[in-house]
Design a protein around this ligand. Structure first.
Ligand code: B12
Length: 215
């Protein structure tokens, strides 16, 4: 914690400090896999990361916008309680001008659907660190389709092992492997939604015009 404090005091880039801490967590994960670390070490590393984030977050939040660029619902899917990466994604999206409704961890598909009906976001952002949770992501996207919401919201996924194959498997619209990538992805998907809605409006106007000229 001393090191984080020192780096921040010296004017270190908070994003770079988060990235360095993230690399450390990857090492912890590898050691846990090789059984060099036990669950206690995994838990302790999570607690340390959380403490570091408490020091870093205020710096990240400096200069945050008012959420005028769009709205995202964000959560960790059912069966999964990992939230460190999700929280970083939320903070960075907020600081980049988006409103973020964070529905927490271990979130059921129904809870996501209800929140989307309530807050009408452009983006649904799903986080998962466990391989087994990819099925929960898929179920969540399925629940959106069932509720006839799939074409109203772009779904992005992320967390540890999420890659292009996972995107295809869960039928999402994209993924990013870090929080900055998440911001860029949200930006481009909202842009696409706007272009599509402008095109639809143009087509509607043209049909209307042709109809009134013919009749
Ligand atoms: C810390 C940690 C924990 C902590 C979590 C604390 C917390 N509050 O989150 C605790 C101790 C609770 C924990 C529990 C468990 N864990 Co754990 N954990 C980790 C560890 C070491 C680090 C994860 C982390 O926080 N990384 C740092 C963050 C910043 O990175 P990140 O999450 O990837 O997020 C970044 C990007 O992915 C992206 N991102 C994240 N979310 C999203 C969302 C969107 C939409 C987008 C676009 C981007 C995005 O942006 C983030 C910022 O850059 C990983 C190891 C690893 N390599 O990941 C194992 C790991 C994920 N855990 C693992 C396991 C097995 C478990 C347990 C099952 C252990 C057990 N036997 O009980 C339980 C699961 C409990 C559950 N039901 O969820 C395995 C998963 C294996 C697998 N393939 O399924 C891993 C990989 C360890 C390993 N190598 O075995 N864990």
């Amino acid at each position: 914690m001393n090191l984080v404090e020192k780096l921040l005091d010296k004017g270190g880039d908070p994003l770079q400090i988060v990235e360095a801490a993230r690399k450390g967590m990857t090492q912890v994960g590898k050691k846990f896999e090789r059984m060099e670390y036990f669950l206690t070490e995994l838990v302790t590393s999570g607690v340390i990361f959380d403490e570091a984030m408490k020091l870093i977050e205020p710096k990240l939040k400096e200069g945050c916008g008012l959420g005028q660029l769009g709205r995202a619902v964000l959560g960790t899917v059912k069966g999964d309680i990992h939230d460190i990466g999700k929280n970083i994604v939320g903070t960075l999206l907020r600081c980049s001008g988006y409103e973020v409704i964070d529905v927490g961890i271990d979130v059921s598909p129904d809870t996501f659907v209800n929140e989307i009906l309530r807050s009408k976001p452009q983006i649904l952002a799903l986080s998962a660190l466990l391989t087994a949770s990819f099925n929960s992501m898929k179920e969540t996207v399925g629940a959106l389709s069932k509720a006839e919401l799939r074409d109203k919201v772009s779904v992005i996924v992320g967390g540890g092992l999420v890659d292009a194959k996972v995107v295809k498997y869960v039928r999402a619209d994209g993924y990013a492997s870090d929080a900055m990538g998440a911001v860029r992805l949200v930006e481009s998907l909202i842009q696409k939604q706007k272009q599509l809605s402008d095109l639809r409006k143009e087509a509607k106007d043209l049909i209307h015009k042709a109809g009134s000229e013919n009749g």
